[in-house]
Design a protein around this ligand. Structure first.
Ligand code: AHR
Length: 505
């Protein structure tokens, strides 16, 4: 068993953990939208206007803050005008990125905005810069957000929506270095400025424009974009062309060509996965440092709008649909990511796990009318108290909580903490596959009342939930927390995630 001490100063407040760090992503990919969110009004599955109500209820329980749509790679071949008006008259297209399937455009702008309203989540729309025009993107903003009278307002009203919606988050292209147009950073930067110019703020709807950023550790891309961020000639009303810059990072156990199975892996694969997950800290640090050079006041947000695990698809499923199971290993990838996000809260303003339902590291898996909550779902639920909370720095002394993995060292203990409305929430992950970790929480600068703790673990790292066994991995009460004169002492089981909440007294 390893031993560790985590010193937390309850009276030293860090930056706010934006609730949008707990954001989500839904692409027209496989069964994420069709079958996942959308079943159509005639479905026997309970729905409101075609939107599955069981999925809505599950996500509302997470306080889902935002939903990114319609892609991903799909966004850069999506033409929004194909997805408005009477459904039976909407044109179809081929989704060439994902499975070459026909897209009937039944889930379009109005359906997405209705979904966000049902979820109580903010929309994050990803506009098409790869194959769409400046005019097309500009008109989409006008259609959604303008009030009064204008060509796009009249079109919206003709489609049954009088009032404008409010849309803040607007993505300008996706992975423009790849599926979004195979551009050079310089060209992408110029194009982002051009498109951003015509994405207008209509009335008091102020857009938060997110330019397409780097993959992984491509800091050069970030630098090129940041060099182009300032609007020269805007001295009267100084502003940046875009308010956020994205980055994508996926966790894999090996190379893209050998991602491996979601459920059939060994302990070595597990540790390699965790090394890959832990890399997110270095990557965010690298991009933030570059951004600090051009934006020392940290007004521009870093937006990790795609993250999560990526495994081989489940046997027998369409390789273009990216359907994968989700085990305790995925949950621990998520919990350690959140600790890192909390530490980067000053620059990192949003993060979106890929993807919410039936695709990649999903919260929810559906099969017909069956719905399964994944282990990753439970991490989001257990951690939801961190949303919009004030982060608290954690100083961790954990010298023996380490593992050699190939040439690298893996820190096996991860902790973060926050305070909100007089309640402290501490999250702890023990990545060690076999050994428990005895952790002393040395809380300074205040004291806490009764502790409520929960644990998410399972006998095996490979354990997961299915329709036949939906609760194989679920949070349980955890009462092994003792108050001592050194602080709160708890033994965190091997491969587990623990949250501990208490009121400040
Ligand atoms: O999330 C799946 C895909 O991964 C997205 O469409 C793309 O942006 C990324 O490569």
């Amino acid at each position: 068993m390893s031993t560790a001490t985590a010193v937390i100063n309850l009276d030293v407040e860090g930056p706010t953990i934006d609730r949008h760090l707990y954001g989500h992503f839904a692409e027209h990919l496989g069964r994420c939208v069709y079958g996942g969110f959308w079943v159509g009004e005639d479905s026997p599955i309970p729905n409101e206007g075609g939107i599955r109500l069981d999925v809505v209820a599950a996500l509302r329980a997470l306080n889902i803050p935002n939903l990114r749509w319609p892609g991903g790679c799909f966004a850069d071949e999506y033409h929004w005008k194909d997805g408005i008006g009477p459904r039976d008259r909407r044109p179809t297209m081929v989704n060439t990125h994902w499975g070459n399937v026909e897209e009937n455009n039944h889930f379009g702008t109005h359906e997405f905005m209705a979904l966000c309203e049902l979820l109580g989540a903010e929309p994050y729309i990803s506009g098409n810069m790869g194959s769409g025009t400046v005019q097309e993107m500009s008109e989409w903003v006008e259609y959604l957000t303008r009030e009064g009278d204008s060509p796009m307002v009249r079109l919206r009203k003709a489609n049954g929506r009088e009032e404008p919606w409010r849309v803040k988050f607007w993505g300008i292209g996706n992975e423009t270095w790849g599926c979004g147009g195979n551009m050079r950073a310089e060209y992408s930067a110029d194009l982002s400025r051009q498109y951003a110019t015509y994405c207008r703020d209509h009335g008091d709807n102020t857009l938060y424009r997110i330019a397409c950023g780097a993959a992984d550790a491509d800091y050069k891309w970030t630098e090129t974009l940041m060099q182009q961020i300032s609007c020269f000639g805007c001295e009267a009303a100084p502003r940046t062309f875009f308010q956020g810059l994205s980055v994508h990072y996926y966790t894999l156990a090996g190379p893209w060509s050998a991602k491996g199975s979601a459920t059939e892996f060994d302990t070595e694969d597990y540790y390699r996965t965790m090394l890959s997950a832990r890399k997110i800290d270095r990557i965010l640090t690298g991009h933030s440092s570059v951004m600090d050079c051009y934006d020392p006041g940290r007004t521009v947000g870093l937006v990790l709008d795609e993250w999560g695990t990526w495994w081989d698809v489940e046997p027998g499923t369409d390789p273009g649909f990216l359907f994968q199971q989700n085990t305790l290993r995925d949950a621990l990838v998520a919990s350690t990511h959140f600790d890192v996000f909390h530490r980067h809260a000053e620059r990192l303003r949003m993060a979106n796990i890929a993807q919410t339902v039936n695709v990649l590291q999903a919260m929810i898996l559906t099969d017909g009318d069956a719905l399964v909550l994944t282990p990753t779902y439970h991490v989001f639920e257990m951690n939801k108290g961190h949303q919009d909370a004030t982060s608290l720095a954690v100083h961790l002394r954990a010298r023996d909580a380490r593992r050699r993995v190939g040439d690298a060292e893996l820190d096996t203990l991860s902790v973060s903490a926050s305070v909100k409305e007089g309640r402290v929430l501490v999250s702890l992950t023990n990545l060690d596959a076999e050994g428990a970790a005895e952790v002393t929480l040395d809380l300074r600068g205040g004291s806490v009342g009764e502790v409520v703790a929960r644990v998410l673990t399972a006998d095996r790292l490979q354990d997961h939930n299915t329709a036949a066994s939906p609760d194989a991995v679920r949070p349980r009460a955890f009462d092994a927390v003792t108050a001592t004169d050194r602080g709160l002492v708890l033994t965190v089981p091997p491969h587990s995630f623990v949250t501990l909440g208490a009121a400040l007294s």
